[in-house]
Design a protein around this ligand. Structure first.
Ligand code: ZN
Length: 580
């Protein structure tokens, strides 16, 4: 490709609309342009990167035995009513009517469509297992689209759905996809980590998120400093800190006391007023569960994890109780609730079990209790891990401690179980001719997000540093002055030669100042730069430089082809060992 014939509208200024590095650089490198909020045009350079990511995904999915399909973007409301998600999905589902006033939506995901297809086409256990995937545009009407391709409304995604005859088969399919995802992100040249993720209140199933490690990432990755345990923040479990019974047994229990705390409600206010530390205080939070209200207890300096609470409580829905309900069940306004005398199901975080002589609300307006103690003053149904993990907490799997890092979620594998096959009656006949539900899994990769995450991970102050696997071109040839006849001639020869060898190469044949060419080369981040500059004119040597290194290799005109192929080859050979 000749630069002069491409459309690469690079920008010198950082566009005001962009907040994160990948968004800024994709705009500046002329890869994308915004059309509407969260909706982008992909320009030639940007599209080449997207196609690279897609191709890696396609090759690895095919290799794993998955079959490519293409499902419609426009989906009829009836299918979404059948799954119950027409109501549940909320405003992210973009709904509209056709000329016959039938309702449709733009697909934000394709569980409904794929399950409908499979229930109609698959009858027998002989047709299973089956894994169908597509690379398709999705639309989610995000309230605040931002960060360019990182959180757009319209975005490219690979979604796959597996159908198995039983749980064991579904778990095998899950493992195959897990391994496939590792290969995909490795080939994209990304440092990543698969972390355990929450599966929602249904339970029984499991799920992993694939996170690209980047300091600029929005997601927190919780991992252990001494074992392989890793999870997202929502899911991260906390191990038992120390044997607490003994410690508690040794402490002297002081008599219960009620104190007046007029208008003193928050943990901070109470601590200042009563001169106690937050870790000596217990917060009592009232939630509305499926049927009845529930009280959850956490230490004053800890934060409740509602997902954990919901799972332990076994509720489909769980939300903080409104003030009227709190007053009704505790007899006191918000801010003065406590466990003593509270006639509700009490769930407590495991750290509460270690506490003695603590402060709680008194279930009475403007009053708190001092020296509250377990067993003596109230009983807890069960202690569980109910709080948000923090750095330094004990690992749930062993002796280590939890550490935090940052990442960008680019993929998700999820064992769905029978949620959709039940809703859609997606059944097959087993060997005995008995009708059974298919067991499903779903597996997504954000294509544009993967490209954006790659840039978040690989860039410097000058621009993008594309990993070779997803770079729009492998080689950029930069003749500093195309009016220099001999220099231009050699650049053309190298360009033709590399193209004949199947290398993706772009020749900067623009009649521009060298400074402009070098700036653009660094900005668009092509991995290998072949420069014909002053040293070529004076000494006849060509400069080879990786975008990620400061080292420059000087080679004679005749050796350029071989040197370039040698530099690109080790990586090519690696890939040839695992042909798709
Ligand atoms: Zn550990």
């Amino acid at each position: 490709m000749r630069y002069s014939k491409m459309l690469i509208p690079t920008l010198r200024e950082v566009p005001a609309e962009a907040e994160v590095v990948s968004h800024k650089l994709m705009l500046r490198a002329g890869m994308i342009r915004k059309l509407a909020a969260g909706v982008y045009n992909y320009l030639p350079l940007g599209l080449r990167v997207i196609r690279k990511v897609e191709q890696i995904i396609r090759e690895e999915m095919n290799r794993a035995g998955a079959l490519e399909v293409l499902l419609p973007w426009v989906q009829p409301a009836e299918l979404w009513e059948e799954s119950g998600r027409w109501e549940d999905y909320g405003k992210e589902l973009l709904r509209f009517q056709d000329r016959h006033e039938r309702w449709f939506c733009l697909g934000p995901t394709h569980e409904e469509v794929i399950t409908d297809l499979v229930r109609k086409e698959v009858r027998s256990y002989r047709q299973l297992p089956l894994n169908l995937y597509q690379i398709q545009t999705k639309f989610r009407d995000e309230i605040r689209p931002r960060f360019g391709l990182m959180r757009g409304r319209e975005f490219g995604m690979k979604d796959a759905y597996s159908f198995d005859t039983n749980d064991q088969g579904a778990e095998e399919s899950y493992q195959v996809m897990f391994d496939t995802y590792c290969r995909i992100f490795e080939r994209c040249g990304l440092k990543f980590r698969a972390v355990e993720a929450e599966t929602g209140p249904i339970g029984g199933s499991f799920s992993h998120e694939f996170m690209v490690l980047a300091e600029t990432g929005e997601d927190i990755i919780v991992s252990c400093d001494s074992c392989e345990y890793a999870a997202n923040l929502e899911k991260a479990e906390i191990g038992k800190d120390r044997p607490s019974k003994k410690e508690r047994g040794e402490a002297k229990l002081k008599p219960l006391e009620i104190v007046s705390t007029p208008g003193i409600k928050t943990v901070e206010e109470v601590c200042v007023f009563l001169k106690v530390k937050p870790q000596n205080l217990v917060k009592t939070l009232i939630y509305q569960g499926d049927q009845e209200p529930i009280a959850a207890l956490v230490r004053g300096d800890h934060e409740i994890n509602e997902t954990k609470l919901q799972r332990v409580a076994g509720c489909q829905r769980l939300e903080l109780a409104p003030e009227e309900l709190i007053e009704q069940v505790s007899g006191a306004p918000l801010g003065f609730t406590g466990p003593v005398g509270l006639k509700l199901r009490l769930m407590a975080d495991q750290a509460i079990g270690d506490m003695v002589n603590f402060v709680t609300g008194a279930n009475k307006a403007d009053a708190h209790l001092l020296n509250v103690n377990l067993e003596r003053d109230f009983r807890v149904e069960e202690f569980s891990d109910l709080r948000v993990a923090r750095e330094g907490n004990p690992c749930p799997r062993g002796e280590g401690r939890l550490v935090f890092g940052r990442g960008i979620e680019v993929g998700h594998v999820f064992k769905l179980g029978t949620k959709y096959s039940k809703a859609f009656k997606a059944t097959y006949l087993d060997e005995q001719g008995k009708e059974r539900l298919m067991v499903m899994g779903c597996y997504g990769i954000g294509v544009g997000r993967t490209a954006a995450a790659a840039i978040e991970q690989h860039h410097d102050e000058k621009g993008i540093i594309f990993p070779l696997g997803i770079a729009p071109f492998q080689v950029l040839i930069l003749p500093v002055n195309i009016k220099e006849k001999r220099l231009n001639e050699v650049a053309e020869n190298i360009y033709q030669g590399l193209q004949e060898k199947g290398i993706e190469v772009i020749l900067d044949d623009r009649d521009e100042r060298p400074g402009v060419k070098f700036k653009d080369a660094d900005l668009i981040g092509i991995p290998l730069r072949v420069t014909l500059g002053n040293r070529f004119i004076k000494e006849g040597v060509v400069e080879l430089k990786w975008r990620w290194s400061e080292e420059i290799d000087l080679v004679g005109e005749k050796e350029v082809m071989d040197e370039v192929l040698k530099k690109l080859n080790p990586i090519k050979e690696d890939r040839d060992e695992n042909p798709p």
